[in-house]
Structure formats: structure tokens, C-alpha cells
Design a protein around this ligand. Structure first.
Ligand SMILES: [Zn+2]
Length: 307
């Protein structure tokens, strides 16, 4: 079996919508790669996110290495703080329709990305559902149907957020960092929505390490793909790989092509997996730290058989 790779592309900001998506389409189209885009559709409060990470240890060093001002642009860094937060969904219809028409999967990456990232663990199911409903309303107004897939902002999920996905009828979620698809367990409660975790480190995480260069990323991902028994999922950011690190991303894709890697959309894999739902394992979700990333993210625990 050739190695298989799913590209999960998160779009967090207006900048990501307006510049990142078109740049990514220019990279993906000539290579014939179909991927899964997850879009945040509410206010772009990314300026607040910048102040949040500013308070975290190791931030300045990482900012320097990852060239954050170049990635996010100065305007984006002040949205929601000095400048009013623009609504990402306004005027997003054409680009969403273009994504779908080009054969890419389009799912949701929340409504208010920054609010979810910072407050999810304290939110009730009703509060999460409100965010989902707002995002679905905008999504449906553009694409004529609701989104079937959800990717949590900042890889933050909880029993409440997963219950809201179940109530919202989502086919699957991609909310966590892990190693294989599963049904997430929170204490005694098993969530019925399939989870397809991100399995590979991201480009911006790797560049957070001293002395790491973009070409090291290509080598790392190709190495992991060559060893993997299961399809792998890589998270890409429209603001990063569709911005200043576009050339590095294109190099990675060309390396994958040379190794015969097959690309898939997460939704197609989810449908395949759900045909054999009873064989799907369960795993607990816990908050953990990842090398090169500031703050905690939701991580997959060890696999358990389905009860
Ligand atoms: Zn995001």
C-alpha cells in the first residue's frame, strides 16, 4: 500500500480567507491534490490571540523563529484589540463555493476561533451549540447545506463540545492530536462522533525548534509516512503554508509525489471507517503539551476496545 496523507487545512482569519486560500489553491490545483478545508466564519479576533500567547513562556523566542509578524501581518495582529474585529464570513461565499467546486471538502473550524480556543473548557454544551449554530447558518447561506465536519480551534475539545457535535449531527470531528481514528471518551462517557486526529507535527511547530529548517520538515514528514501503517493527517494553516511558507509547503508536496504518497479528503476516510463502526476503538481525551507548541491541546490517550 502506498503511504496515504490527508491535508487538514485550517483557516482562522480574514487574511487566511482572502490571501491564504487562493495561494493554497494555486499550490494544490496543479498537483491535482484534493484536501479538507476547515473554516472559522465569525469575528476575526486574532489580535487577542496574539496578546494571549504573548503572556506565555517561550513566546518571544518562537515568534522570532516562526516569523509571526510576517505570517499574520500587522493588521491581523491588532484585530479585536486596537482595530474592530471584522466578520470573516462576510464576503466569504465566493471563495467557499470555489473550494467546493474544485473538489475540496469544506468543514467548520468554529465561529469565534479565539473565544473557543481560550474559553472552551469552561463552556457548556448550550454555549458550544450556539457557536456551532451561528457558524452553520453562515455556512449554509453560502453552500446551501450544513457542514458535516468540524475541526476544533486550537485542538481544544471537551465532553460538552463533543456532545454539541453529536447533537448537531456531524459525521466526524478532527479535534485532537493523536495517532489513529477513535471514539473519544470523557470519564465514563463515550462520544458517538468519530474522531480523526491530526497525527503529524505541523510546520510551525517544527520551526519553533532551534536550528530546524523547512527542509528538515519535509524529511520528517516523509520519514513518518514511510513508517506508518495507517493513513496520516497533517494540519496546515492557511495563514502559514498559504502565506510566507508556501514555497516550503510546495516542496513538501513534491517530495510526497516523488514517494508515491496518495492524498485523501478526511470525509472520504470517515465514511470508509464508519462502515465498520463497531470495530472502531475508544480512547480517552486529555489535555497535554506538544513539542514546539505553546499551551495545552486535547490529546488522544491509549486505545481501548469498544465496551
Ligand atoms: Zn485554527
Amino acid at each position: 500500500m502506498p503511504p496515504r496523507l490527508g491535508l487538514k487545512i485550517d483557516v482562522d482569519t480574514l487574511e487566511g480567507f482572502q490571501k491564504g486560500i487562493p495561494a493554497l489553491l494555486e499550490i494544490l490545483a496543479p498537483r491535482g491534490i484534493k484536501s479538507s478545508f476547515f473554516v472559522a466564519l465569525g469575528p476575526d479576533n486574532s489580535g487577542r490571540a496574539v496578546f494571549r500567547v504573548f503572556k506565555q513562556q517561550g513566546f518571544l523566542e518562537k515568534m522570532w523563529r516562526t516569523r509571526a509578524p510576517a505570517i499574520y501581518g500587522l493588521r491581523t495582529m491588532f484585530y479585536g484589540t486596537l482595530l474592530p474585529a471584522p466578520l470573516i464570513g462576510q464576503g466569504a461565499g465566493e471563495i467557499l463555493a470555489a473550494l467546493a467546486a474544485a473538489g475540496h471538502e469544506v468543514g467548520l473550524h468554529g465561529y469565534d476561533h479565539v473565544h473557543w480556543h481560550d474559553h472552551l473548557l469552561a463552556m457548556t454544551q448550550e454555549e458550544v451549540s450556539r457557536e456551532l449554530t451561528q457558524a452553520q447558518g453562515i455556512f449554509a447561506s453560502f453552500l446551501g447545506r450544513e457542514a458535516r465536519a468540524f475541526a476544533a480551534p486550537g485542538w481544544q475539545c471537551s465532553a460538552a463540545s463533543r456532545a454539541a457535535l453529536a447533537a448537531g449531527g456531524f459525521l466526524y470531528g478532527s479535534d485532537t492530536r493523536g495517532y489513529a481514528p477513535y471514539f473519544p471518551r470523557f470519564k465514563e462517557q463515550i462520544n458517538p462522533v468519530l474522531e480523526i486526529p491530526t497525527t503529524l507535527p505541523t510546520l510551525d511547530e517544527l520551526l519553533g525548534f532551534h536550528g530546524c529548517r523547512p527542509e528538515d520538515f519535509t524529511a520528517l514528514i516523509l520519514g513518518r509516512l514511510a513508517q506508518a501503517d495507517l493513513p496520516q493527517v497533517l494540519t496546515v494553516h492557511a495563514e502559514v503554508e498559504g502565506g510566507p511558507l508556501g514555497q516550503e509547503f510546495a516542496t513538501l508536496l513534491d517530495g510526497c509525489r516523488d514517494e508515491g504518497v496518495e492524498f485523501f479528503r478526511l470525509e472520504d476516510w470517515a465514511r470508509e471507517l464508519l462502515q465498520d463502526q463497531e470495530k472502531m476503538p475508544v480512547a480517552a481525551v486529555r489535555q497535554g503539551r506538544l513539542p514546539g507548541r505553546a499551551g495545552m491541546v486535547s490529546c488522544q490517550g491509549p486505545l481501548e476496545a469498544q465496551p
